[in-house]
Design a binder for this molecule. Structure first.
Ligand code: COI
Length: 319
C-alpha cells in the first residue's frame, strides 16, 4: 500500500519512516503542499496525508481525484483547510486524525496563567533589566470563573485541569449538553473572567466572538484561543484590548496566520496589521500555532495517519 505524505516536515518524516513498515505502508514523503503542479507524486497512491498548514483548493482536490486519490487524511483535528463536502461530491473521503488532547490542554492552561499574571509585560521588563513590579499584581485562578466554549476532547481536557485549580467552570457547546457546568453562550460570556475557545471553525462559529459578543463580556476579562483564529473578529478584539474592555488575550492562532506562522519573517515584511498591533500590545500573548506540538501528539498524528489509510483500504477491500 502506497501513501503520499504532503507537507511533511523533517520531524514527521523521521516518524513516518520509522512507523510505516508496521502498517505495511510505503510512504512517499514531500515537503510540498499538494497542488495541480505536483499531482504526479500521488499517482500511485489512493490515500494521501496532508498537513494543516496549506489550504487545499477545490481545483487541487479535483486534480487529485482525477489522479486516482480516493482518501485524504489530514494531520490535524480541524478540517477547515479542506472543503470536505466538495471532496465528498467528487468521491474523495476526508478524515482527520485523533491525537492526545493533553498537549493543547496543558498549553491552554499555560496561556491562561500567563494572561492573568501579565507574563508578557513582566518578562518584557525583566529582559531590559527593569525588575519593578509595576502592574504585575495578578489574579489567582481559584478566584475566577472560566468559560469553556467547545467541550470536545480538548475542551474536556481543559476542564479536567481547571478542576485542580479550584475555579468556577462554565461551559457551552452547540449540540452537546455537557451535564456539568453547561450554560447558554450569552450567560457564559456575561459571567466569565476568562473565555477559552475550543470549538471547530465552521460557518456557524466564524467570528463567534464578534464585537457584540465581546461587548457582552465582563470588563477586564481575558480571551484565550488555541482553536482557530477566525473564531474571533480580530479587529474587534484589538479595539477591546486597546480600550481596556478586555484585560488581555493569549492567542495561539490568529486570523490570517496562514503563510506567516511557521515561517521565518525576521527579514521579511509582515502585512498583517492585526498581528503587528497584537505583538506590540503588552497584554496580548501571541504564539505561532504551537499548542499541539509535543512529542506525544506528533507521534499520535503520524501513527493515526497511517492507521487511517490502512483502515480506509481495508474498508474498501471488505466492501
Ligand atoms: C489541529 O489539530 O486542528 C490543530 O490545530 C493542530 C494542527 C496545527 C496540527
Amino acid at each position: 500500500m502506497e501513501i503520499t505524505v504532503y507537507g511533511c516536515g523533517p520531524d514527521e518524516a523521521v516518524l513516518f519512516r520509522e512507523m510505516s513498515p508496521r502498517f505495511g505502508v510505503t510512504p512517499t514523503l514531500t515537503t510540498a503542499a499538494p497542488s495541480a503542479a505536483n499531482i504526479e507524486l500521488a499517482s500511485r497512491s489512493r490515500c494521501i496525508s496532508v498537513g494543516h498548514k496549506n489550504r487545499i483548493a477545490n481545483s487541487t482536490l479535483l486534480a487529485l481525484g482525477r489522479a486516482g486519490v480516493a482518501y485524504i487524511s489530514t494531520r490535524s483535528v480541524g478540517c477547515d483547510h479542506i472543503d470536505v463536502e466538495y471532496a465528498k461530491s467528487i468521491g474523495i473521503c476526508v478524515e482527520n486524525v485523533a491525537y492526545s488532547p493533553d498537549g493543547v490542554a496543558d498549553y491552554t492552561l499555560m496561556l491562561m496563567l500567563m494572561a492573568v499574571r501579565s507574563a508578557k509585560s513582566v518578562i518584557r521588563r525583566a529582559d531590559v533589566h527593569d525588575y519593578r513590579l509595576e502592574d504585575a499584581r495578578g489574579r489567582e485562578l481559584r478566584d475566577l470563573t472560566i468559560g469553556v466554549i467547545g467541550t470536545g476532547r480538548i475542551g474536556t481536557a481543559v476542564m479536567d485541569r481547571l478542576r485542580g485549580f479550584g475555579c468556577r467552570i462554565l461551559a457551552c457547546d452547540n449540540g452537546r449538553s455537557t451535564a456539568a457546568h453547561h450554560v447558554p453562550l450569552d450567560e457564559l460570556l456575561h459571567l466569565s473572567d476568562i473565555v477559552t475557545l475550543h470549538t471547530p471553525l465552521n460557518a456557524d462559529t466564524h467570528h463567534l466572538l464578534d464585537r457584540r459578543r465581546i461587548e457582552q463580556m465582563k470588563r477586564g476579562a481575558f480571551v484565550i484561543n488555541t482553536g482557530r483564529g477566525s473564531l474571533i473578529d480580530t479587529g474587534a478584539l484589538v479595539s477591546a484590548l486597546e480600550s481596556g474592555k478586555l484585560a488581555g488575550a493569549a492567542l495561539d492562532v490568529l486570523e490570517g496566520e496562514e503563510g506567516i506562522f511557521y515561517a521565518d519573517f525576521r527579514n521579511r515584511r509582515i502585512e498583517s496589521k492585526a498581528l503587528l498591533r497584537l505583538q506590540e500590545l503588552p497584554n496580548a500573548v501571541i504564539s505561532p500555532h504551537t499548542a499541539y506540538y509535543t512529542d506525544r501528539a506528533l507521534g499520535d498524528m503520524v501513527e493515526n495517519s497511517l492507521a487511517n489509510c490502512r483502515n480506509f483500504e481495508s474498508r474498501k477491500r471488505h466492501g
